[in-house]
Design a protein around this ligand. Sequence first.
Ligand SMILES: Cc1cc2nc3c(=O)[nH]c(=O)nc-3n(C[C@H](O)[C@H](O)[C@H](O)COP(=O)(O)OP(=O)(O)OC[C@H]3O[C@@H](n4cnc5c(N)ncnc54)[C@H](O)[C@@H]3O)c2cc1C
Length: 392
Amino acid sequence: MIGGGPAGLTFARVLHRHDHPVTVLERDPAPDARPPGGTLDLHENLGQLALDKAGLLAEFRALSRPEGQAMRILDTDGTVLRDWRPRPDDRANPEIDRGQLRDLLLGPLDVQWGRGVTEVVPGTRDGVLVRFADGRQETFDLVVGADGAWSRVRPAVSSATPHYTGVTVVETSLDDVDTRHPDLARLIGDGSVAVYGVNRGLVAQRNSGGHVKVYAQFRAPLDWHTSLDRHRGVNRRAGLDAGLGAVLGAGLDLADVEAVRSRLLALFEGWAAPVLDLLRHGTAFVPRPLYVLPVSHTWAHVPGVTLLGDAAHLMPPLGVGANLAMLEGAELAESVAAAPGPGDLDEAVRAFEEQMWARAGRWAKFTMAGLERLVSPDPTEALAFFDEVQPS
Ligand SMILES: Cc1cc2nc3c(=O)[nH]c(=O)nc-3n(C[C@H](O)[C@H](O)[C@H](O)COP(=O)(O)OP(=O)(O)OC[C@H]3O[C@@H](n4cnc5c(N)ncnc54)[C@H](O)[C@@H]3O)c2cc1C
């Protein structure tokens, strides 16, 4: 198994439950080598099903935040347009911090940290050859690439590479929101608050311990921060309003926190003051241009190598990527554990791939269409999208 994200750890944990040997090779030098990222909602029929297969559902329920399913949508002037609150017994999509989920999955697993893979070569005499960044190499019977968007395993089965969606997210955070920013704590509530404007949006999500992640999202060319003049024409062709191009501008140093803050405040100029406070009080700003793999990405089966999660079907972050990754990890692990011999193993992997492609293809279409509507020239599309997907 290459990669210790949600896909890789769920795969390994389910195999471990079946007393099946598995080696997890992870590039990060340690579990907490980088910030784990924001909160994840795990759906009953996807991520929670995977945790059930790993025997971890009860522990998940004890850690997760059902109240985090609350969702409020504001107009740019601060008017509350929608305010969804979960019923007390609603367990459809509870939230969990990524770090908590990682630790839950890690449990007794023996992960080899600091083992970045550079290349995978199938079909050698001794099996599938894996080359590592430190110059070492090893062979395996089956290599599962769960190494995310920029997978180094993917080239062994497919020539597809991720492409930019035209939407960039800039992430910032607030700490101790209940004590330091009680007004913002009330605005965000127990779950999330979202505001949508023309080709842009602001979303704030509560994590545990009073931590909040704020995502400013907007349509812009990939190098929006470096060259204004080149972008004027691109923005026009992409149907962007002139204001967006002018605001984003040239020569922005992304490491300069105050410069990024003031550009973002200009981008959201005119929005209600409490909404802008989400940016005013944000700490560091991390740009995350959204990349995707082609919708319905498949490949000709290669014996001994397969992909899971973002490595197989990177899609816009509309709340399903980790869920699919985990369910695929659990399902592949069950198939591998049930296969009596090497020939059966290959057949099991083939069958798994067909099932994964069909399901992921449907979700990729849904999330691509969702992104178009959430970051859209017509903000009423975002509201209509939520009206369709939120349980009433
Ligand atoms: C802003 C944002 C919000 C999101 N919110 C949600 C949400 O609410 N719900 C949801 O379901 N999904 C969400 N997603 C999507 C979700 O994060 C991903 O789909 C999910 O993390 C995919 O899991 P994975 O295990 O396939 O890949 P990853 O989580 O990317 O894990 C890959 C692992 O492989 C390791 N790795 C990478 N390269 C190598 C290498 N060469 N050698 C060895 N190891 C390597 C990495 O260090 C990492 O640990 C969100 C994404 C973003 C960007």
